[in-house]
Design a protein around this ligand. Sequence first.
Ligand SMILES: Cc1cc2nc3c(=O)[nH]c(=O)nc-3n(C[C@H](O)[C@H](O)[C@H](O)COP(=O)(O)OP(=O)(O)OC[C@H]3O[C@@H](n4cnc5c(N)ncnc54)[C@H](O)[C@@H]3O)c2cc1C
Length: 475
Amino acid sequence: MSFHLARLSLQFGISSRTAATNSSNGYYYHLLFNPTKRKFTATAIPKAQKSSKEELLVVVGGGAAGVYGAIRAKTLAPNLDVLVIEKGMPLSKVKISGGGRCNVTNGHCSDNKILAEQYPRGHREFRGSFFDMHGPADTMSWFTDHGVALKIEEDGRVFPTSNSSSSVIDCLLSEAKHRGVSLQTKKVVSSASVGAGGKFLLKLEKRTVSFVENVKADYLLIASGSSQQGHCLAAQLGHSIVDPVPSLFTFKIADSGLAELSGVTFPKVEVKLKLENILRNTPHLTQVGPMLVTHWGLSGPVILRLSAWGARDLFSSGYKGTLMVDFVPDLHLEDMKSILNQHKHKYAKQKALNSWPLGFSLTKRFWKYIVDREGLIGDTLWASISNNSIVSIAHLLKHCAFEVTGKGQYKDEFVTAGGVPLSEISLNTMESKKCARLFFAGEVMFLTLRLFRFLFLFCERDSSNFCTEAHLSRS
Ligand SMILES: Cc1cc2nc3c(=O)[nH]c(=O)nc-3n(C[C@H](O)[C@H](O)[C@H](O)COP(=O)(O)OP(=O)(O)OC[C@H]3O[C@@H](n4cnc5c(N)ncnc54)[C@H](O)[C@@H]3O)c2cc1C
């Protein structure tokens, strides 16, 4: 991120903090980031080259991406005027994030390739060096350096030790204030265009009263989240928009027997989604992980991940399809059959309902579901189970088909997949390829930050020319 801001300060012709303290020698110093050494070096330029006029960066949106981007801009280019316009309250989503605790990043993911793979939208683009300049460790350092003590939980999720998102909010707002970022709330940036002099002409309005203000900005950072208004601004400046569709949801399943299992969890299943209308092979529609049965269908990390990866395909299929679940992914079908046969011979006189191979790690409730689905009546003894039934039970455990009839909600979270396509943004600077000096950060872009929780990582990395980031799977 720092690299981008440093580049920005060059483009802006703004003196850095170093420059301010050394300007008496007739030179300004601009910071250059060396990605290999991950260090800044100062480059002297003659004072005469510096523009006498201060320049203005307007940030649309006071969410995590906008506020962090503003801080980074002011940190690396202190002479730049930075104004954040927020239509509601700043950082309101951060407040509710992570159940009010704010999961800032993942503390177990140090491999950038694996990190990139966590993005249902963006995994191809983020491969390579994208995360080199700002990874989860950098996010953690930034917060601890700024007084937010963090803890890593067993599953890798990182939270403030206070267990409160307020610690993160207070830190960001006080740092913004300390750096001299101006924040105006209850104002909407309602339109944007580029004027004859190349400046951005922005119209600001208040929602409740008739108030219109026109602002000219030298640089514009759109960090408006998934709001339609932000997409409109990007479109006004020449960008295309991928229509947002829901992402991160649970599956509704038409199966009354399954509903009786509500609350049962499976630590590891493999799920494969076959969608109506989608014939091509999509590897990401197969996922492995923990699953939870709910009273309306299926949930848990593996399902949420599937919903994020398959968001657009699911949308175009009307959320209808078949979910194949392998409840024992570590065993081959043939091994399953032989384990079931061995069990049959060993426990021939026991009722099938009350006895099942322990190696399968299945609960009694779920085993009853399988026995019912196979059509065995309650008193059936193992001895009387036919070979065909054994094969059929093995198939049920390895390839259990469920009819997906729709999507359910995941807690109170509503996440969409849509926005400015990454192909229209230079990922090494996060500057628009369509409009010079326009930058993007956070969820306004077509990527999925939510499920893979690296929001702040992204805040720093991508919005960083100003600066945003994202998420590791909640488990
Ligand atoms: C319930 C919930 C829990 C979550 N938990 C986590 C978590 O634990 N960890 C994690 O990393 N992520 C989490 N997320 C996701 C995370 O909140 C988002 O990825 C993140 O907020 C995106 O940041 P952003 O700045 O891009 O957008 P936003 O936070 O949506 O901010 C955009 C801001 O722009 C403003 N705005 C929009 N248009 C305009 C306009 N025209 N003029 C002025 N202002 C405008 C909006 O009012 C908004 O405040 C969670 C999300 C939800 C919904």
